[in-house]
Design a protein around this ligand. Structure first.
Ligand code: MG
Ligand code: MG
Length: 249
């Protein structure tokens, strides 16, 4: 069942979304060669709690940290640790925060120092595809309209969509219905979008083949061909006036 939120509930979600937007903006300045992924996690957890919010990921399904940090061929769900970022890496940070019982979810991929042209293009196309998907999040449209906008943009640029993972509804739980695939599934248009739906839209895009696998740590998802992967995510609300991004500054 898709749970629609009242305007008052969406206002609460705006508060957790704002914290995530501010955090990711701070991380864009912090991320540089030499920093460890654990440093990023520590900064994020302190930032979130200092704002009176809670990190949504910590302990969720047993995840041990407040952010997922995924480097280069890692797609999502990387566990922070002692690895140091090096010049030329790209690093995806995925993070959630909860305020008064409501979660928001957001992710961005950052360049570490100077990165290849190909990496820049992958990040740009992935972020653009997110905004193209968000643009479809209007009352009366369907989930598949979001999926189609993301997929067609990514594939037109020669990159590939990760199909094993999807976006999702978000609210009192971090993961709610509906699933929001980043590609069209024939015969499955998904629910019609209605006022008050709050959705985490999150294209995961590979530079090479779309195939992914999970590493032996049971968390980290990587590309099977070791090609680069990027991930951008916003939580949005479907309103009568169109999509409102809750996780933007
Ligand atoms: Mg996320
Ligand atoms: Mg998500």
């Amino acid at each position: 069942m898709v749970i629609c939120k009242t305007p008052e509930e969406i206002d609460i979600m705006k508060r957790s979304g704002r914290i995530l937007a501010e955090l990711l903006n701070e991380l864009s300045k912090l991320i540089r060669p030499g920093i460890t992924t654990k440093d990023i996690d520590k900064y994020a957890e302190e930032f979130i709690t200092s704002k009176g919010a809670s990190p949504s990921f910590k302990g969720l399904y047993g995840f041990p940290a407040s952010v997922c940090v995924s480097i280069n061929e890692e797609v999502v769900h990387g566990i922070p640790g002692s690895r140091r970022l090096v010049e030329g890496d790209i690093v995806s940070i995925d993070v959630g925060a909860e305020v008064e019982g409501f979660h928001c979810d957001s992710a961005m991929t950052f360049p570490v120092g100077t990165v290849s042209k190909r990496a820049m293009e992958l990040m740009r196309v992935t972020e653009d595809s997110l905004y193209r998907g968000i643009e479809q999040a209007r009352v009366g449209m369907r989930i598949a309209d979001i999926s189609r906008a993301i997929q067609s943009h990514v594939e037109s640029k020669g990159f590939s969509i990760v199909k094993a993972l999807s976006g999702h509804g978000v609210g009192r739980k971090l993961h709610e219905e509906p699933a929001i695939p980043n590609f069209v599934i024939r015969g499955e248009p998904g629910p019609v979008l209605a006022e008050g739906m709050t959705l985490a839209i999150e294209p995961m895009v590979n530079a090479g083949s779309p195939e992914v696998k999970t590493l032996a740590d049971n968390w980290t998802v990587v590309t099977c061909d070791s090609s680069l992967s990027a991930h951008f995510e916003h939580t949005i609300a479907v309103t009568r006036d169109g999509p409102v991004i809750l996780t933007a500054l």
